[in-house]
Write a protein that binds this ligand. Structure first.
Ligand SMILES: Nc1nc2c(c(=O)[nH]1)N[C@H]1C(S)=C(S)[C@@H](COP(=O)(O)O)O[C@H]1N2
Ligand SMILES: [Mo]
Length: 437
């Protein structure tokens, strides 16, 4: 039995089918092209960029022909690492702007809905500061009755809340407005991730300090060198904003704002101030430099949109997606993610003919408000060219627009808030590429 090849579905190719090359782009998506029981069990195997990320601290153990023949290495204890065979990695900004660094989540290489913390996308305007939680403090002042400084120890004593929420950079997909630009879904959509966050409800702390009349806005400030500041409307602060100290069951990662970040579910990522050290309660928005420059959107007629907070409903097919190859015609499970900053996803439709006809995809429970929602769709590829698309609807009834419809309204000056429908073309050989359709 052990020597027999595992039975494989006819749609799964063999390792020889994989023309994986080392190149500029990691290929997290060559799913199903590497053969084996693990792939069938749903663990998924991804050929990726070999090298540093591939091993990142994981011990390299010899592979026995028969792993039952002798005990493996003893438990290492400590902090567990993934298998030495797993290579899925973030992709660093290929063209960093001065002062800005970050990386994209490999959406095609993750399963379910939670993004592993080590694969969460990152955007840093002044690098990642190293902050000692024992010395970190949060000041809340301004239009409050009792200005206060909170240490982390103080914050841990308040009632905690936990929720799942996506974060998405307003610039996610920004390169795609005018023309298809990134080869793979990590580049087109990888500036969004989804985590379970734990912390203190901001409303709890605002009640603790007591709001004065005219307390309409907050100015949030981080402790990094990025001078990142944003005005936050008090309604959001009192509604579902969280001062998060934990992510996916452990302290948030340095890249995500350790030891404390603001989390505004559903709002553009840049409002969720990392390394949070100050909240100034004000009567008016502060019109900080980032919010009147970087995060304002210039429309086709030259006017500017400010305060574009909510991320509108969006979806993307992650399998199959750009740079992948369907090895042979047959049945595949098309899958992807959908999310909305306005609440729950109520439906995702899939088209295989560039948007002429649509069919309803399956939403995988649980479907949570302002969180990534996994969708799946059984599809038989007949071997002819096809264009795959997905279209999300949220609980407000809002339907994800086509790129053309978005460009008609916004023009192509704006690089933010591209939630247009993504098209993946499949040619007769099964090659998947990024197109506008
Ligand atoms: N203090 C501070 N907060 C920040 C930033 C920053 O550079 N400094 N980047 C913002 C941007 S542009 C985004 S999209 C999100 C990214 O959060 P993440 O790096 O945890 O994914 O954090 C926001 N909060
Ligand atoms: Mo961002």
């Amino acid at each position: 039995m052990k020597d027999e090849k595992p039975e494989v579905l006819d749609v799964i190719g063999t390792a020889e089918d994989c023309d994986c090359k080392e190149g500029m782009f990691p290929d997290p998506g060559r799913r199903a092209l590497l053969l084996g029981g693990a792939a069938l069990a749903g663990t998924g195997l991804f050929a990726g960029r070999a090298g540093a990320e591939a091993t990142q601290g994981a011990s390299q153990h010899a592979v026995l022909d028969d792993p039952t023949s002798q005990p493996g290495p003893a438990s290492g204890g400590g902090y567990g690492l993934r298998s030495q065979f797993e290579t899925v990695s973030r992709w660093e900004f290929p063209l960093p702007q001065p002062g800005v660094s970050g990386s994209f989540t490999p959406l095609a290489g993750t399963h379910g809905t939670i993004t592993p913390s080590g694969l969460h996308y990152e955007v840093h305007r002044g690098g990642v500061p190293t902050i000692d939680p024992a010395r970190h403090k949060l000041l809340i002042h301004g239009k409050v009755k009792r200005a206060k400084v909170f240490t982390m120890a103080d914050l841990y004593r308040f009632p905690s809340v936990t929720r799942t929420a996506f974060l998405e950079c307003a610039g996610n997909g920004g390169m795609e407005y005018a023309r298809p630009s990134m080869p793979h879904v990590q580049g087109t959509h990888g500036l969004t991730s989804n985590s379970e966050w734990t912390g203190v409800a901001l409303s709890t702390l605002l009640r603790e300090v007591g709001l004065e009349d005219g307390a309409n806005w907050l100015l949030g400030e981080g402790s990094d060198a990025g001078m990142h500041t944003r005005s936050i409307p008090i309604d959001k602060a009192m509604d579902d904003a969280i001062l998060a100290y934990a992510q996916n069951g452990e302290a948030i990662r340095p890249e995500q704002g350790y030891p404390l970040r603001l989390l505004l579910p559903g709002f553009e990522g840049n409002m969720s101030i990392k390394w949070l050290r100050r909240l100034d309660v004000t009567d008016k928005p502060s019109f900080t430099r980032p919010e009147v420059t970087t995060y304002a959107d210039t429309l086709a007629d030259g006017t500017t949109r400010y305060f574009t907070w909510e991320m509108e409903a969006k979806s993307v097919i992650t399998f199959p997606s750009g740079t992948m190859k369907l090895p042979i015609p047959g049945t595949y499970e098309v899958t992807g993610l959908a999310w909305s900053g306005r609440g729950k996803i109520t439906g995702v439709e899939v088209s295989a003919d560039g948007g002429k006809t649509w069919a309803r995809a399956n939403l995988v429970a649980p479907v949570l408000s302002m969180a990534h929602t996994r969708f799946t769709f059984g599809w038989r590829w007949d071997g002819k060219p096809a264009i795959l698309q997905s279209r999300a609807t949220d609980e407000t009834g809002y339907v994800q627009p086509t790129i053309t419809a978005l460009v008609d309204v916004r023009g192509v000056n704006s690089k933010d808030h591209n939630n247009g429908i993504q098209s993946w073309a499949i040619d007769a050989e099964g090659n998947v590429t990024n197109v506008h359709a």
